[in-house]
Design a protein around this ligand. Structure first.
Ligand code: R5P
Length: 292
């Protein structure tokens, strides 16, 4: 297998190449003044199974097209198999029709990636697992939640309360609890499908005087975490932290979260930023080795 670090995940791709010991094929890339993307493989892929590492956070559409172009370039240059390693999978939240007139965006993305030459996809904490069933080739997800929880135990924070901001993400809090060895709970969250606005409900949680870590798959505008932190503070939590796999942190999300009393934001390098304190490289290297 050869690793191709895509322009959106160069550092992560290089770490994966080092950990696996597989060869690396570099990519030359640029975006033309009019916004169009250009990519070129700088090494030989003839007869190889290649893994293209390319996250698809903003600008999502550019990143997705770069991934498609790289897959197509790999196949044109004789690659035997292309695996896309996409830590943050854009459009996975639109995995069904919520309102009449919409489309299933992730299915269209899947079809485009298939047409470009991708044979298999590996992602991390996909927002919705059923979305992966819509891909016309094998698509799997691995979880980085234990790695995020370990960041806190390594820091000396033991037995913290693992909280998920809604019931649907309770499985995330439970994965964290396995490492933290503390209590677990969730809030209730409702979303207005027309405006996108969410409201959170304060169920009673046993958090008085405790350290609580709010776990989510994605932090986007930060609204969910700000709402949860306010409820935790009202209920007497002593320390509040937050951890997510995909720290999109749009606009002033980080400031709003810290202003709400959250002491630290921890994310992975799925979306590279100064909050990326946990690397996905070992997790993805293991998953690729199992495939090779
Ligand atoms: C949604 O269900 C996700 O799991 C996250 O809770 C959501 O994407 C976070 O969005 P925001 O940061 O804008 O509240």
């Amino acid at each position: 297998m050869k690793i191709i670090p895509g322009p959106a995940s160069t550092e992560l791709g290089e770490k994966i190449a080092t950990l696996t010991g597989y060869g690396k094929v570099s990519v030359a890339s640029r975006v033309f003044p009019d916004g169009e993307s250009y990519v070129r493989l700088e090494g030989n892929v003839q007869g190889e199974h290649v893994a293209i590492v390319q996250t698809t956070c903003a600008p999502q559409d550019t990143r997705l097209l770069q991934l498609a172009f790289l897959a197509s370039a790999a196949k044109r240059n004789g690659a035997a198999k292309v695996t896309a390693v996409v830590p943050y999978l854009a459009y996975a939240r639109q995995d069904k029709i919520f309102l009449q007139g919409e489309t299933v965006s992730i299915q269209t993305i899947a079809d485009v990636l298939k047409a470009a030459g991708i044979d298999e996809l590996l992602t991390v904490n996909v927002h919705s697992e059923p979305a992966l069933k819509l891909f016309p080739f094998p698509a799997t997800t691995v979880t980085a939640i234990p790695n995020l929880a370990k960041y806190f135990t390594d820091k000396g924070i033991k037995n913290a309360f693992a909280l998920s901001p809604d019931k649907g993400a309770m499985y995330i809090a439970m994965q964290a609890q396995q490492v933290l060895q503390g209590e677990v709970g969730h809030l209730e969250k409702q979303r207005d499908r027309y405006t996108g606005q969410t409201t959170q409900t304060a169920t009673h949680l046993n958090v008085e005087g405790k350290t609580v870590i709010i776990f989510d798959d994605i932090i986007s505008t930060g609204g969910t975490i700000v709402g949860a932190a306010k409820i935790l503070k009202q209920q007497g939590a002593k320390h509040v932290y937050t951890a997510c796999v995909h720290g999109l942190l749009i606009g002033d999300a980080e400031k709003r979260i810290l202003d709400a009393g959250v002491e630290e934001i921890v994310s992975t390098d799925s979306v590279p930023s100064k909050n990326s304190k946990v690397t996905l490289a070992p997790l993805l290297a293991e998953a690729l080795k199992a495939q090779a």
